[in-house]
Design a protein around this ligand. Structure first.
Ligand code: GAP
Length: 441
């Protein structure tokens, strides 16, 4: 029974994340570092499950995709060729009175939104973090922390082609950290200065780009629903011509209705041949593709489904968050897809004596070879269920008096709260079956 009168808020999500070890403020004991976050023991499991699901579905399950892990630091020429040195900027204004800084394109009027003070003229602010390679801090040794993982894929296009038997159309996927010196980060994990991306660069023949663009929009839109995000909180929004990034011929965003409004989860862009052409021109290397069948040589066009990890993770948490009454008690429950849940099952001894803990330890050790499992013997069984419901653990296994006689346990489902009794020897197979697909709602 959902309590619709109490909607999910960002405060509830942030508080749950901290209380239960999903996400902490970075460097908290020193007062925190703005817009940087650390994933705790449960957060890292959830994040890992999301990137793993993306990797499995986008790369391993397909014949036309391979993976890559390129370095964060790259030759500075990469960022000149890609247009980021010149064009990866946001318009910045300062308030002359309170000294706060804002993105000019996000302001409603021409006065400071905080104090009403006068604003400076807008100037372009480059979002790339700069640092120095080696001991000398001069222009020649300047390198950038990558603002997107995509360029690592473009500069390896020929390497991958030469070392594999791939033919266009094919794609290269990558998961990794990116960094942007955002002027106005905020909304918890939504806009941060250090974040992870899951990016695909899909290389196609010019002329087939529109079809592939449509294909990837459909595919990626379905992916979020496959892992439990409800359809009515997702929408696809086409970019207007004035919104397009400097490299894009067209772009659509998959947006989610967060508590703070509709916002981008993932962008799916048609980058044309912008990147490969620019890298070919700047490096002097041939980055064209020869089609054996048609005997044509061309620079492939690129369709790019580019998602963050933090934003989808936040959306999965918001979408899964629920408050209801279970077994006569109010509870917070995360109705995460079992495949994404950080802990798959928790094992509870009914008593702290009579051999129950020893049996529960043995079951935990058996299950640990297959799944992330928790053990909890503190407090009433109801409280222990509540603790696991709150972090989204889909299954609870209880060792009781009957277990000691016939080696059966109860298996409780987080969402239906139904319990079945089954032999310990069937537990692994039963859990594997239940984790293989999202159960019907
Ligand atoms: N390579 C294309 C690219 O980077 P983008 O729309 O700038 O495109 C893609 O970023 C995705 O990366 C976004 O949809 C978002 O999920 C994530 N992202 C971008 N900037 C972010 C930030 N400051 N904090 C968290 N995630 C961010």
């Amino acid at each position: 029974m959902s309590t619709a009168a109490r909607p999910v808020t960002m405060e509830k999500i942030a508080s749950l994340c901290k209380r239960r070890g999903f996400v902490y403020q970075s460097s908290e004991i020193y007062g925190g570092l703005a817009s940087c976050w650390d994933y705790g023991p449960l957060g890292i499991e959830l994040k890992h499950n999301i990137t793993e699901a993306w990797w499995r579905d986008s790369i391993l399950a397909r014949d036309d995709m391979v993976g890559l892990d390129s370095s964060i630091l790259m030759h500075p020429k990469v960022w000149e060729a890609s247009g980021h040195v010149e064009g990866f900027t946001d318009p910045l204004v300062d308030c002359k009175a309170c000294k706060q800084r804002f993105r000019a394109d996000q302001l409603a009027g021409d006065r400071c939104p905080e104090c009403g003070g006068e604003l400076t003229d807008a100037r372009q602010f480059n979002l790339m973090f700069r640092t120095f390679m080696g001991p000398v801090e001069d222009t020649a040794s300047t390198v950038y922390l990558r603002p997107e993982t995509a360029q690592g894929i473009f500069v390896n296009f020929q390497n991958v082609l030469n070392s594999s038997r791939l033919k266009v159309p094919f794609g290269i996927g990558q998961v990794g950290k990116s960094f942007r010196n955002e002027i106005t980060p905020g909304n918890f994990l939504f806009r941060t200065r250090e974040f992870e991306q899951m990016e695909i660069e899909f290389f196609v023949k010019p002329g087939e780009d529109r079809t592939w663009h449509e294909y990837w929009k459909t595919e990626r839109f379905a992916w979020y629903q496959r892992y439990g995000i409800r359809r009515e909180r997702l929408r696809l929004r086409e970019h207007g011509p004035d919104e397009l990034a400097h490299y894009a011929k067209g772009c659509a965003d998959i947006e989610y209705e967060f508590p703070f409004g509709w916002s981008e989860l993932e962008g799916i862009a048609n980058r044309g041949d912008f990147d490969l052409r620019r890298h070919a021109e700047t490096s002097g290397k041939d980055l064209s593709y020869f089609d054996e069948e048609t005997r044509e040589r061309f620079i492939p066009y690129v369709i790019e489904p580019s998602a963050g990890v933090g934003r989808p993770l936040l959306a999965f948490l918001v979408d899964a968050y629920d408050e209801d009454v279970a077994e006569g008690e109010e509870r917070v429950v995360l109705r995460l897809d079992p495949r994404l849940a950080p802990i798959k099952a928790a094992v509870f001894p009914l008593l702290r004596k009579a051999g129950h803990p020893e049996k529960a330890f043995a079951i935990r050790d058996l299950l640990k070879q297959h799944f992330a499992v928790a053990y909890d013997q503190a407090g009433s069984i109801g409280r222990r269920y509540r603790r696991q419901d709150e972090v989204g653990t889909p299954f609870g296994i209880t060792v009781d008096h009957q277990t000691m006689q016939d080696d059966t346990v109860t298996l409780r489902d987080r969402d239906t709260m139904q319990q079945i009794r089954l032999p310990v020897e069937r537990l692994v197979v039963e859990l594997q079956a239940r984790l293989a697909a999202r159960p019907a709602a």
